[in-house]
Write a protein that binds this ligand. Structure first.
Ligand SMILES: NC(=O)c1ccc[n+]([C@@H]2O[C@H](COP(=O)([O-])OP(=O)(O)OC[C@H]3O[C@@H](n4cnc5c(N)ncnc54)[C@H](OP(=O)(O)O)[C@@H]3O)[C@@H](O)[C@H]2O)c1
Length: 335
């Protein structure tokens, strides 16, 4: 087998906003296979906000990625050569080898995909980290009760759109924020959100006061920053806050900084729970069948924002932080 892969490497660490030219695309010939290894041609890979975090010196649990490295990330591909009996040619596998169109790996590091669970790229979104995250936030962490009011920021993003629908199914009244009037209309029309707001143009505190006069029972935070502070001020006494992400802060040198109104947590006796789907372990496997059933029955709407080809990946990644996507941002590679 001779296959020269192309991969996206870090050309320099972004300062502030990510730019497409923070990355470069290079050719990388794949080595001959050793016993127990397979070669995979990727067909899809995921672009996620968290991938901004290793590109800073304050990388934390994610670990820093240096100039010249390829970012890791979830990918789906097909085995094109095999020296492992467990993964014959033609097997479709899930890996953490995104940002490239091909790679070699030991077979035991890859997960063969069950074709009955839906289109393979769903394993990068609604039937992968995205869906598990939304589930953990709504069904495990916040558990909004019928009639309670939950506010979900980043509502038209991948995690947000699933979280909004799960909260609706529980009978909660759902408020959501997003970055354009089009997204706001889509959330109210297609996703069943009771009231949505464009955080770029609206007065967030005024919206929350008016839409939840008795205070928010729950807040699912995808964005951090000023929206988190506004939500903390709008919480009712002994409300619940689930901290999922802080994309509004990822481009800051000090993205780990907390909300400006931290004291609201104390005076209102709020329960604030951070959650990380990457730490869910085997529980993740139990969540996927439940999501798959909801998808099959049409009770859960899913949406993807697909960009074509490896060359488009750097600018697509940068555009995640400008709100270019509605739903899950994915890169599709020519097969
Ligand atoms: N805890 C976990 O295990 C876990 C797992 C996955 C993801 N996450 C986090 O969950 C959040 C959503 O992730 P996702 O994968 O679903 O991504 P996503 O929402 O599909 O994409 C990012 C979206 O964030 C919004 N955004 C960008 N900059 C913003 C800003 N400054 N303020 C407010 N919104 C902004 C944009 O939409 P607008 O048009 O609305 O601005 C953009 O479309 C992220 O913070 C991510 O890090 C956490």
């Amino acid at each position: 087998m001779s296959f020269t892969a192309r991969e996206v490497r870090v050309a320099r660490l972004p300062r502030g906003a990510v730019r497409a030219d923070d990355f470069t695309i290079v050719e990388a010939p794949l080595p001959d296979l050793a016993e127990g290894e397979v070669a995979v041609r990727n067909s899809w890979f995921s672009l996620d906000p968290y991938m901004r975090l290793p590109l800073t010196p304050r990388a934390g649990l994610h670990g820093a990625v240096g100039v010249g490295s390829v970012l890791d990330g979830a990918a789906v591909g097909t085995v094109i050569a095999s020296r492992a009996t467990s993964l014959p040619e033609g097997t479709v596998v899930l890996s953490q080898k995104g940002w490239r169109d091909g790679f070699t790996a030991r077979a035991e590091t890859l997960q063969p995909l069950d074709p009955d669970l839906g289109p393979p790229q769903w394993r990068l979104g609604v039937l992968g980290l995205t869906g598990i995250t939304a589930w953990v936030g709504v069904e495990v962490t916040l558990q909004p009760a019928p009639g309670e009011t939950i506010f979900i920021s980043g509502g038209a993003g991948a995690v947000g759109l699933v979280a909004c629908q799960l909260a609706r199914r529980r009978g909660a009244r759902v408020l959501a924020s997003a970055g354009s009037d089009e997204k706001v209309a889509w959330l109210e029309r297609e996703i069943g959100v009771d009231r949505a707001v464009n955080y770029r143009t609206a007065d967030m505190e005024g919206f929350l006061r008016e839409a939840a006069p008795g205070g928010l029972d729950c807040y699912f935070d995808n964005v951090g920053g000023e929206t988190l502070s506004a939500a903390l001020r709008a919480m009712r006494v002994q409300g619940r806050v689930g901290l999922c992400g802080a994309i509004a802060q990822y481009g800051d040198d000090n993205y780990r900084a907390g909300p400006s109104d931290f004291f609201a947590i104390i005076e209102k006796g709020l329960t604030v729970t951070g959650f990380n789907a990457g730490l869910t372990g085997p529980r993740g496997g139990e969540i996927l069948p439940a999501l798959s059933t909801l998808l099959s029955s049409g009770e859960l709407v899913w949406r993807e924002a697909v960009v074509e080809g490896l060359d488009a990946a750097p600018s697509a990644f940068a555009s995640l932080f400008d709100g270019a996507n509605t739903g899950k941002m994915l890169v599709r590679l020519a097969g």
